[in-house]
Design a protein around this ligand. Sequence first.
Ligand code: GLC
Length: 556
Amino acid sequence: MPETTDLDASLAAAPWWRQAVVYQIYPRSFADANGDGLGDIPGILSRVDYLASLGIDAVWLSPFYPSELADGGYDVADYRDVDPRLGTLDDFDAMVQALHARGIKVVVDIVPNHTSDQHAWFQEALAAGRGSAARERYIFRDGDGEDGSLPPTDWVSVFGGSAWERVEDGQWYLHNFAKEQPDLNWDHPEVREDFLTTLRFWSDRGVDGFRIDVAHMLTKDLTEPLPSKDELALIPQDGNHPLIDRDDVHDIYAEWRRVFDSYDPPRTAVAEAWVHPSRIHLYASPESLGQAFNFDLLEADFDPDQFRRIVSDNLALAAQSGSSSTWVLSNHDVVRHATRYGLPAATRSNGWRPDEKHGASWLLSGGTEPELERERGLRRALAATLFILGLPGSTYVYQGEELGLHEVAEIPASERQDPTYFRTEGAEIGRDGCRVPLPWTASGSSFGFGDDGSHLPQPAWFAESAVDVEDADPSSPLNLYRRALRLRRELQGAEELAWQPTDSQDVLRFRRPGGWEIVTNFGESPYELGEGRVVLASTPVTGGMLPGEATAWLAP
Ligand code: GLC
């Protein structure tokens, strides 16, 4: 028997999330059990074997709550129920039980910045009229101009257009996202109390953790006179900005932390916070949410200098907060990374949805201009995936990336759903292309997604990447992910890495505490690996040469 070291003991005692692989499910596009074209909770239940076969530690479910789907479910009408089109609470419990039985934890999405306009509170606010207590739960103001017919300010919503919407009696309400997503007033004690109830509700049902949507925007200082859009842009985001990343948001999370820690094991949380790197540690601190997404790789090119800087910076940031870092290459808000890496790198980025750099023009052309290098994009994507899976910290995998799926560009305007597309009158194409239902089988109705179509159109080329095809092919992306996740369990040790010198500017090489080495060749010419036993590679290694745009894992 090998001796147990202090290191083994401290790793065994480490909370599960610190180095977890979390698989993001976008429930409406995962699997449809009742044949209505929308994925559902019984669909997820029917695929638990598949999820277990991946070797993941947890799933994170994007919202499955009752919703009018004005923003893909991020417009929540009831935080403590399941959308009837997606199932019931009993179905949810059965899913949690089945996942737990396979050792898979469950993380759900909490959307606290705004409700749906269909939420009972908002309906009550509309009915109760101006000056009512019900309106206090949201941010209602009188309009500007003599008759109040102008919005209170010229603020612009994140999805485009005015951030204010007028209601029948002439008042306006604030919505930082779609008009169907009124912002809540977090100064209101009932709002605070209700979210504590929601966190307990899901924790009591066995949920292991929470992903907190736009965690940096809940609290606001709306002291009159309100600044203009231009004035807002000049105010530093140092904790006192009127709308973004205010220090007082952490008072909320300190209360949430008490709820999380009242469970055994403590419930976890990860913040979606688009804030300056110097402030991310506040969200990741153990007194606040405990972990925060690091989105730097969503914005980076396939470039060794950018990757190395991002890794070093984020490991330092994680150390600063006492949390572990998170690594994300794709999610439901961005162009899939296989596609990003197959398009020419441009220079501009707005960070979180299709823009020039990440393929907006390609999407707007329906996938024709500029030309997508499909194979190259996938080759680089798999290399990048094996690179991040070798890093200390936790990794988020977005459904379909394990199949090597590309973004779907060919969605007709009439079938688009994302509010960004409509609110910018088509100038921004939106995020539908990464939310197309998964192909499970190469043939059959909606590629095995469900019996009666799919709510976003699937392209013919999905057949090549269907789960049944990739399952049967040992060299498929799916089987590469499976092998990587299995091996990752062996290489995981202390949350450390040591960069190794290489004699090529195109190559990054790092060593993990157990002696494992991860080598990524970002260039095009093959690279001689030297000593070490190759146990995994994104492109086959022959004669000790790592091909261009590939990653290899070397065992000690
Ligand atoms: C987050 C979600 C995104 C949603 C937005 C508004 O950024 O990831 O999908 O549209 O919040 O809730």
